[in-house]
Design a protein around this ligand. Structure first.
Ligand SMILES: NC(=O)c1ccc[n+]([C@@H]2O[C@H](COP(=O)([O-])OP(=O)(O)OC[C@H]3O[C@@H](n4cnc5c(N)ncnc54)[C@H](OP(=O)(O)O)[C@@H]3O)[C@@H](O)[C@H]2O)c1
Length: 243
């Protein structure tokens, strides 16, 4: 088995996920680039390798049961275990996002990817994570998933635009992550939620104000927690986010 720490980042072909992969790779880790499109995945792997990262491609559509199971088999066969899983892949579900106009199909895609996709990947990878000395799971959430922040102001736009499909998926993801932390409490697996801030990526038409490198910081920090680090937390760079 590899002496190197082995990580898998979902949705690592671009945006924040790519920078998480680059940041973990810069620590000398072996990094799996989880991506659903063959061309985009290979391009990202090549770019990471050109920058000195020990990257390998993992075909991965988080909405596909068989594909996720195949990804777990690939990692098992090639690496024997998984140390760190970063569930970064996410979608907004598209526009419009006003709850009076959003289609059920949009909501379904967002939940299927941002929530069920995370559950699917965690549960498929858990047997491999349990073989690690210090397993870590990072779920990429968002500040817009915080009900406390969403309701803290009378201004409807205080925490981002009205978001009938996307924001609730992050609240749901937060809730599910708490349940994982409870179940895994007596194991060495630390599972936490990270919020990258408002980052300029495809997800928001590059309107964000932070760079993808800055957005990747919180996930890298939660992926590299010491064994006595927190679990079941909801963090941004500045610290804990109110639920
Ligand atoms: N940008 C922000 O301001 C912001 C703020 C808070 C939270 N976040 C969260 O940060 C994460 C990364 O977002 P980003 O801003 O970097 O967005 P992005 O540039 O649009 O990247 C999203 C990534 O997810 C992948 N993906 C989508 N659906 C997938 C699926 N079914 N299976 C596998 N991969 C899939 C995309 O792959 P394709 O290239 O194949 O589409 C892409 O690699 C998301 O979870 C997002 O919700 C972002």
């Amino acid at each position: 088995m590899s002496e190197k720490t082995i990580a898998l980042v979902t949705g690592a072909n671009k945006g924040i996920g790519y920078e998480i992969a680059a940041g973990l790779g810069a620590r000398g880790w072996k990094v799996g680039v989880g991506a659903r499109d063959d061309g985009r995945r290979e391009a990202a792997v090549e770019k990471l390798r050109a920058n000195g990262v020990d990257a390998f491609g993992v075909p991965l559509d988080v909405t596909d049961d068989a594909g996720v199971a195949a990804a777990a088999r690939l990692i098992e066969e090639e690496h024997g275990r998984l140390d760190v899983l970063v569930n970064n892949a996410g979608v907004t579900g598209g526009m419009p996002q006003n709850p009076t106009e959003v289609s059920i199909d949009q909501m379904r895609v967002a939940v299927e990817t941002n929530v069920f996709g995370v559950v699917r990947v965690i549960n498929a990878m858990l047997p491999l994570l349990r073989r690690s000395a210090s397993p870590r799971i990072v779920n990429m959430s968002s500040g817009v998933g915080s009900l406390a922040r969403q309701t803290a102001s009378d201004d409807p736009l205080a925490v981002g635009p009205i978001s009938g499909a996307y924001s609730p998926t992050k609240t749901y993801l937060n809730a599910v992550t708490i349940q994982y932390a409870k179940e895994l409490r007596d194991t060495n697996i630390l599972i936490n939620l990270g919020c990258p801030g408002f980052v300029a990526t495809d997800l928001n038409g590059f309107r964000g104000v932070r760079t993808p490198e800055e957005g990747a910081r919180i996930a890298i920090s939660l992926a590299t927690l010491p064994d006595d680090g927190p679990t079941g937390g909801y963090f941004e760079d500045a610290g804990l986010i109110p639920w």
